[in-house]
Design a protein around this ligand. Sequence first.
Ligand SMILES: [Ca+2]
Length: 319
Amino acid sequence: MSQPLIHDCDPGNDDALGILVAAAHPALKLLAVTTGAGHLEADRTARNAAIVASLAGVAASIAAGAARPLVRERLVAGVLDFEAGLDRDRPELAAVALDPRSSSELIIETTLGNPGLVIACTGPLTNLALALRMKPAIVGAIGRIIALGGAWGLGNKTAAAEWNILSDPEAASIVYNAGAPITMVPIDVAASVGIDDALVAEVAAGGGAVCALAVELLGSLRSTHRPGPFGPIDAPLNDPLALLIAAAPDLARTLPARVDIELAGAFSFGRTIVDFNGRSGRPPNCEVVVAIDAKRARAIFVQNLIDFSRSAAKPREKP
Ligand SMILES: [Ca+2]
């Protein structure tokens, strides 16, 4: 039986690849794609999700969500060039109609209707925090939250903080303290799965509209990658990993940890404090991914896209 799933995201080129994985993987049943402000404005992330759904024939409900963080002013993704993939406006591309519900409403109704479902989060955690505040009872129906974001080491937006968490630290704090099972996929470990020439070539060889879109998205991620002093050399695949782990949890090795979000630090605001050793004296609140089977993850990623591209192409091939 396939795993019911919500993908909460801010597409965003790697989020868009995540939607494709979520829709393609036979172990997943993608019920809803919920979007909000993060990488781009909220109306753009919703439209980008709707573009991906249209192009790939994704049947899930697509909703627009939070336009700003719970407490603070919104950040913008200043590290990106906004000229590639879905970062730039694409008025020429068709998009499916959005669900009339807000992302948080759709999260609540879908979760209550599908106990045990997984929520994969690849953007700021605003929508999920709102849903948890509006309807705390959903905690008991969530099978697992798989959240791409945070770091045990250096941040990627400030020296201390990773982008998704920094974009709405209060929301992240609500989610990490909600009591639901959580798997954290920190950028330290996500960096181990890179987008290299071979990966792009394998996807390109798949042919069809889905693979063509994926190649464009992969290229845009590579073009905006700025390696730090410790790498990684190749742009990290990032967001699709949350969906790949949702489909195949054994791709990831995890350790329990207490994860808290720094909400007051002058220099460390938005940092995830990952306590593997119980130094806080408080019990773990999540499983942190510490290693990924990168070879298998990328093989599944490529095969998903190729299979999906072929199946999505079939109706169009009919006379
Ligand atoms: Ca994202």
